[in-house]
Design a protein around this ligand. Sequence first.
Ligand code: ZN
Ligand code: ZN
Length: 252
Amino acid sequence: MSILKKLVFPPRCVACRCLLPFDGEGGERALCLDCRAEWEIEKLTRCPDCRRAMLDCRCMPDMIRNAGCAGLVRLVSYDPARPEGAANRITHNIKRIKDSDAFDFLTAQLLMPIQKRLEEFELEITDMTVTFCPRRHSARRKYGFDQSEQLARRLATLGGAKFVALLERRHTIFDREQKRLTAAERLENTSRAVRLTRAGCQAAGERVILLDDVVTTGATFSACADLLRGAGVQLVIGACLAVAVKKPRVKD
Ligand SMILES: [Zn+2]
Ligand SMILES: [Zn+2]
């Protein structure tokens, strides 16, 4: 961020929004020291199913596995019952504030676990095409950006991979927040929420990293993975900041 921009928009912690030093001194870039410590602890929290740290957890919602996704890298778990946690505040804020420092920090956090997972497939990130699960039109219009696209673009740049938008949103019948929809509306929406872009239709044989910020029900993520596999994509590896541990409450 330029000095002038920092004077007009002083850097703030992406979790608690406190003011940060201008120069990121002492490691306080994107997060203040307290929130950074909390974030590191959340990364070590064990998965309730496999008891591994979230970074090493291989659990994947069946829906995502069935869609042909070969892995899902995540950093932390998302617990809707703990809105005050650092991870929850980060994922909440990056949907609303386009904070370059935060996106750079989170992308850097994702890079190594993704590289580690790719090694298992004898692949490097430079062999991959990076794409993302697109945000709803209404939300993109409201906030002016797509947080998953931000992560995907930066990951491609950081790792030397190719970034291509392979998927796009359709205009859905119920363009409200997923969590405010009834189960029937949600199902109807998800089945027609995304489609391949022109580039996506020509992605046969590619190996793809599919980025999303948070995987909650896994419905949209599965729909995206399914479309990519249907287009002939050879390998889909998912990556996100957080996976929901508990089923989020659905208001009917
Ligand atoms: Zn903070
Ligand atoms: Zn697990």
